[in-house]
Each structure stands twice: as structure tokens, then as C-alpha cells.
Design a protein around this ligand. Structure first.
Ligand code: TXA
Ligand code: MG
Length: 324
């Protein structure tokens, strides 16, 4: 099992130990405000391949690189005016920008899967302090086995990857609970490559530009590795359930009971008060809890599609997609 260091009680030891493990070319699980990340030195090819190896992830899938400040970002990518405006408005935070990589950038091609762009973000919270101390960008996908549900707590990471990992930093439950929103700016057009923890409406409000969704929701996003079936629990998943069958687990929203609940294996409500932020923060944890109930099917009640509902529904559709 991995060592877990609590960043709230031992912040200094957490940073020093993490930097020592990272310097040795080993991944460390770090808390970000979106989900827990499996972080490695983005300039070290062997360290990056350890990420792919631990996750069992296809190598063509590019990773998001995390920076601690704007100066570190500028060393590796070139900002256009709109991307700069977005970074100023939303960093640190749950926004990833796809930007051209500078020729002199030391981020290894394995992190970007050989693309000439980098997915970059500045995370909020403790992980940012780790990056600042480490002094180089950290490549970090979510800290889960490829295709499984993303972890929003140190315990989730320990259960999935603990036997392969040396160190997990524990900062408590992830505040946002959904991966970052991914945006690519092309000639003043905003393309949404992945809905996530930053509401697209906030991006539109800041830039005055329309956020364009790719056609065929989630089907062939230009970003390689946006596999349709992702975030998969072991159980089958049924969406937009109007009722719940005997022995099914139910995950609903907004405090409204559905017919059949008395015979359900388990009933969870993502936000009884109908708050989408709260629902996002609970989503992956409740998917895991419902899965652990042993029910063969998890039924999800309807979720409103506005605001963060877009990203929640995206993750549910991936969880329900045919496995392959
Ligand atoms: O919230 C998050 O973003 C989490 C936490 C740990 O920061 N990280 C995360 O990273 O979700 P990851 O590596 O799982 O996200 C990878 C996705 C790829 O599948 C792809 O969609 C997109 O980010 N991506 C990364 N680099 C890209 C690039 N150069 N061009 C297009 N898409 C890219
Ligand atoms: Mg992931």
C-alpha cells in the first residue's frame, strides 16, 4: 500500500516527500480541486511512461500538464489573446487550455503524445505548492486505472492504485469533483473539447464569445483519447430513469423520490437541494458507492442540463456507453 501523508497536518513533509519521489522519476498521487491526479515530472520520459504503465492507459492519449504560475506556463507554451484572457480569469482553477508548445519547452513529447500542442492548467490548492517547489510542470491524468471512475479522495486512489504507488497526498475530498473543462482557442473561436468543472457559460461571460460544442457529443473529439466508454463502474448504467427496478441501485438528483425506491438496493441523492455544484462534487463517489452495493444495474435519475449539468451528463453518458 502507498504511504498517505495528510497535507493539512503535515504540509512541509508532504511537499518534501513528494518532491523527492518525483525527482526519483516516480509518480505521486496529488490532490487537485477537480480530481486526484497521478503526477509525474513532465520533462522526464521514464517518469511519464510510469504514469501510462500504472494506469494501463493507451500511449496515444495526451496528458494535461500542470504549472504553478504564469511564468512557468510561458516557458512552455505560446498564449493567444483570448487564451491569455481565460487564464487570467480562471487560473488557478478547473480550466485546461490547449496551446502551441514552444520549441524550447522541456516537456517531453510523451506527455503530449507527439502533438505540437500542450494541454496546460494551473490547479488550485495544495498541488500548486508542490509544483512550485518542484520547479517543473507535472503531467497528471486522473489517478485511476484507465477506464475507471476518477478518484475524488485519497481513499479512492489507495483502493485502486495503492499497490503500485509509493505516495498519496491527502487534502480531503476534491472540492469540484469533475475533471477540468478543456478549451482550445482557434482564430478567436472557442472549442469545448471536454465539458468539466468550469461552467462554459462563465467562459462565454468573460470572453463575449460562444463556446462551440463539437458535433456528435463526445463522439470524436479531436483530443485523442476521449474514448466514448470511460468512467465506467462495474455495474450496467441506465440513464434518465423515471423509476427504479427491484435490486437496482438508484442515484437521483433534487430530492424527488422515484417510483420503486422501496425495493431498490440503494438510494443516493447527488444533491437533495438540487445544487449542481454539490452534485458534481458527489458524482464519482456516489458512482463508486452504488457500484459497491453489488447491484447489477445503477439507475440515474434525470439531471438538468444547464451549467455543470452538462459535464455531469457527459460523464454519465460515458459511464453508460457500450464497453469495448
Ligand atoms: O481535472 C483535470 O483535468 C485532471 C486533474 C488531475 O488535473 N486531469 C486530467 O488529465 O483529466 P487527463 O490527462 O486525464 O486529461 C487528458 C485529456 C486527453 O484525453 C485529451 O482529451 C486532453 O486532455 N488533452 C491533453 N493534451 C491535449 C492536447 N495537446 N490536445 C488536445 N487535447 C489534449
Ligand atoms: Mg481520467
Amino acid at each position: 500500500m502507498a504511504e498517505i501523508i495528510d497535507t493539512r497536518s503535515e504540509p512541509d513533509r508532504a511537499i518534501e516527500t513528494a518532491c523527492a519521489v518525483l525527482s526519483a522519476g516516480e509518480p505521486v498521487a496529488i490532490p487537485t480541486e477537480t480530481v486526484y491526479g497521478l503526477a509525474a515530472d513532465a520533462t522526464n520520459a521514464e517518469a511519464i511512461s510510469r504514469i501510462y504503465e500504472m494506469k494501463g492507459r493507451p500511449r496515444f492519449n495526451p496528458l494535461i500538464c500542470h504549472v504553478s504560475d504564469t511564468a512557468m506556463a510561458e516557458e512552455h507554451v505560446v498564449f493567444d489573446a483570448v487564451s491569455r484572457q481565460l487564464a487570467e480569469a480562471f487560473w488557478p482553477g478547473p480550466l485546461t487550455l490547449i496551446l502551441p508548445q514552444r520549441p524550447k519547452s522541456s516537456v517531453h513529447a510523451l506527455a503530449s503524445a507527439g502533438l505540437d500542442t500542450l494541454g496546460l492548467r494551473m490547479p488550485e490548492g495544495f498541488s500548486r505548492r508542490v509544483i512550485a517547489r518542484f520547479g517543473r510542470p507535472l503531467a497528471a491524468p486522473s489517478a485511476n486505472t484507465s477506464g475507471r471512475i476518477s478518484p475524488t479522495s485519497a481513499a479512492h486512489v489507495q483502493a485502486d492504485l495503492g499497490s503500485k504507488l509509493k505516495l498519496i497526498l491527502d487534502a480531503g475530498p476534491a472540492e469540484i469533483g469533475l475533471e477540468s473543462t478543456i478549451i482550445k482557442v482557434e482564430e478567436e473561436r472557442l472549442r469545448l473539447l471536454r465539458p468539466g468543472g468550469l461552467d462554459a457559460a462563465e467562459i462565454e461571460a468573460v470572453t463575449g464569445l460562444v463556446v462551440e460544442r463539437p458535433e456528435g457529443a463526445g463522439a470524436t473529439i479531436e483530443a485523442p483519447g476521449m474514448l466514448a466508454s470511460h468512467y465506467a463502474p462495474g455495474a450496467a448504467v441506465r440513464l434518465d430513469a423515471k423509476d427504479v427496478g427491484k435490486g437496482e441501485a438508484l442515484v437521483r438528483f433534487g430530492g424527488r423520490p422515484l417510483p420503486g425506491e422501496s425495493e431498490a438496493a440503494m438510494v443516493l441523492d447527488l444533491s437533495p437541494a438540487g445544487n449542481l455544484r454539490e452534485a458534481a462534487a458527489n458524482l464519482f463517489d456516489y458512482m463508486k458507492k452504488a457500484d459497491a452495493s453489488g447491484a447489477a444495474t445503477i439507475a440515474f435519475g434525470p439531471i438538468p442540463s444547464e451549467g455543470l449539468g452538462e459535464a455531469i451528463i457527459d460523464r454519465l453518458q460515458r459511464a453508460a456507453a457500450p464497453r469495448g
